[in-house]
Ligand binder design. Structure first.
Ligand code: MLC
Ligand code: AMP
Length: 496
């Protein structure tokens, strides 16, 4: 049976004795053991009634079995749907209703909360840091081989939700080909091999930590130092024995604020990669001054996987995101028409990396994915004569904080629904650690309403990283002559 993604990422390691993951407690799992674990979990999924094309929702801690569950979902021909562990019950409810999964895997600590929002036909299983989640326990008795379910390159392997400017999250449908083609391009471009040791401190519920980092490591057979999360001391301790780091800009600013970062510490490192948010030119320069390494910045999106990358051998220029990946076309457009070289416009992208559309949202798909295959990113950029791309802004109203996306509309909707609020505007201001931070300007109908009450409502509705760090009560929102709220004015006024 052929299964495009499984055959490329997992099957080749069935007899590979090399280390795949090393965890914070020093324990390790080899590639061969991991492939066996994937099979055990695949048996559990199949016993739970998972069929090809079914969705497996996963909101789980960063444990080895969560990675094995990704493999198992692919091996059973199902669709992996990871969720941010910070999402609240009301956020998770929407994803479960929208995706109608057969199996929902959650943290053992949240089992009651998640079960309460699952329909009867979805089976809830758990993962836990101590290995005693029900999914792990069930898998322990299963055979360590499983007959892989056939899947072709256009079949779905992943469904990743991304918030939208309309406030409702959209499920980006990723095919086997979308994921594999991107992993192949990146592995080749960044020269990832079985000799590499990747420091993995990202979460595994987003494209960056899941597909960019793990798919490339699996394809190359690299070792992964699988950290629970970003921790500066562990990072500093692991750098001398590693060769590769993939991080968001916050990783690099945090490393720079540690006096232990220097040439000697990083001399074994081959490559530092940054993405998911803009890397400031000053961070790029300071990092080179301190370590001699020029960070390689790349650009991507959930819907498209990675789009561009600075070169491995050529100049890695601060403030640019490099060239379109092999097999990926990037055009800069103005109202759909290509602009002349050097002009600013909308970044559009086409290639095997581009998703299949939004889950059950044909109108949204048609708005953003053109019939000719180009996806409209919402990012504004400029292309040099030699094809090098720089991102200069965003047309979409989006805040990126520490690599997490926050769509203001989603937060504004919750604030505006509170009794006593007339309207609000949520916007981003510069933040030394997270790049951007969220603020809210609120116009009250009821002057008695406290910001504490607003904050409490937000807390029960939205994940912590989306919360405004400050609520500013204003008499009116600044508007232009067309009546549109001027967020640039708010950003400038409250920048400090
Ligand atoms: C944590 N907090 C955040 C936050 N992360 N708030 C805003 N933005 C964030 N990114 C909150 C915590 O809940 C906590 O709240 C407080 O801020 C301080 O937490 P911390 O301990 O300092 O944060 P930490 O756990 O160290 O996390 C920071 C981080 C993490 C940068 C390591 O956010 C992270 O791993 N970001 C990576 C996100 C990512 O993978 N993005 C890729 C998306 S894919 P309290 O309650 O204490 O106030 C994509 C496509 C592409 O974009 O191109 O890659
Ligand atoms: P997401 O929807 O989480 O996949 O986030 C994708 C968005 O992150 C892109 O549309 C960009 O706005 C932003 N992004 C990713 N990489 C970079 C980068 N290197 N520089 C600037 N913005 C980036």
């Amino acid at each position: 049976m052929t299964n495009t993604l499984y055959d490329a990422l997992f099957a080749p390691h069935a007899n590979n004795a090399a280390v795949f993951l090393t965890r914070d407690d020093g324990s390790r799992i080899s590639y061969a053991e991991f492939v066996g674990r994937v099979a055990q979990l695949a048996h559990v999924l199949m016993d739970a009634g998972v069929k090809p094309g079914d969705r497996v929702v996963v909101q789980a801690p960063k444990v080895t079995d969560a990675v094995a569950l990704y493999g198992a979902t692919v091996q059973t021909g199902a669709v992996y749907l990871p969720l941010n562990t910070a999402y609240t019950q009301s956020e998770v409810r929407y994803f479960i209703e929208d995706a109608a999964p057969t199996v929902v895997v959650c943290d053992a600590a949240n089992e009651a909360e998640v079960s309460a929002i699952c329909p009867n036909n979805a089976q809830v299983m758990t993962l836990a840091k101590d290995g005693n989640g029900s999914l792990s326990v069930l898998a322990n008795d299963k055979p360590s081989s499983f007959e892989t379910v056939a899947r072709g390159s256009d079949d779905l392997a992943g469904l990743l939700y991304t918030s939208g400017t309309t406030g409702r999250s959209k499920g980006a449908m990723m095919s086997h080909k979308n994921l594999l083609s991107n992993a192949q391009s990146l592995t080749e471009l960044w020269r990832i091999t079985s000799q590499d040791r990747l420091i993995h401190a990202l979460p595994i519920f987003h494209t960056h930590g899941l597909f960019v980092a793990l798919n490339t490591a699996l394809l190359a057979g690299a070792e992964v130092r699988f950290m629970d999360g970003f921790d500066i001391d562990t990072m500093i301790a692991e750098i001398p024995a590693s060769t590769l780091l993939m991080g968001v800009p916050t990783f690099y600013t945090r490393l720079l604020s540690d006096a232990r970062l220097d040439h000697a510490l990083t001399k074994n490192m081959r490559l530092f990669i940054s993405g998911s948010a803009p890397l400031l030119a000053e961070t790029h320069k300071a990092f080179e001054d301190r370590t001699g390494h020029r960070i390689l910045e790349r650009y991507g999106m959930t819907e498209t996987n990675m789009i561009t990358s600075n070169p491995y051998d050529g100049a890695r220029l601060a403030g640019t995101v490099g060239y379109a990946l092999p097999g990926t076309e990037v055009v800069i457009t103005d109202r759909g028409e290509p602009v002349t070289t050097g002009e600013i416009g909308m970044i559009e992208v086409r290639g095997d990396n581009v998703f299949q559309g939004y889950w059950k949202m044909p109108e949204k798909t048609a708005e953003e994915l053109r019939e000719n295959g180009f996806f409209i990113t919402g990012d504004l950029g400029v292309k040099d004569a030699d094809g090098r791309i720089s991102i200069v802004g965003r047309q979409k109203d989006l805040i990126i904080s520490g690599g997490y996306n926050i769509y203001p509309k989603e937060v504004e909707d919750v604030i505006n629904d509170i009794d006593g609020v007339l309207e609000s505007a949520v916007f981003g201001v510069p933040h030394a650690d997270f790049g951007e931070s969220v603020l809210a300007a609120v116009v009250l109908e009821n002057p008695e309403l406290s910001t504490a009450k607003i904050a409490a409502t937000i807390t029960s509705a939205l994940a912590r990283f989306k919360h405004p760090r400050q609520y500013i009560i204003v008499q009116a929102l600044p508007r232009n002559t067309m009546g549109k709220v001027q967020k640039n004015v708010l950003r400038e006024t409250y920048a400090t």
